[in-house]
Design a protein. Structure first.
Length: 104
């Protein structure tokens, strides 16, 4: 009897900052575990990094069309896969706004 593969897990997935103004960047960071063997990062359902490291971060500077009304949300999705074809996903939102609130 073949061993049951461990399912892939996403231990953490964040954007820093999670609110930006047009022309600025965010850093997506993630950690995975379990039986994860492959990671894929998407922005608004478009792949921006396939076969990404299992634990990593990447700077992303989304191009914002000048005629796009603000504020709006960009959805980042992280997929983790194992060798058996199982997958799990987690999403985080990036808000693009005219001005970023400064915390006190």
């Amino acid at each position: 009897m073949a061993p049951v593969p461990q399912p892939p897990t996403i231990n953490g997935f964040t954007l820093a900052p999670d609110v930006i103004t047009p022309g600025t960047c965010t850093i997506a960071s993630w950690t995975t575990g379990g039986g994860t063997t492959r990671v894929q990062l998407l922005r608004d359902n478009g792949v921006i990094w396939d076969n990404a490291p299992l634990n990593s971060s990447v700077q992303d500077c989304p191009q914002i069309p000048a005629d796009r009304p603000l504020p709006f949300v960009i959805v980042y999705t992280l997929y983790a896969f194992n060798n058996a074809g199982q997958q799990t996903a987690r999403t985080v939102n990036l808000t693009v706004n005219n001005a970023v609130a400064i915390p006190y």
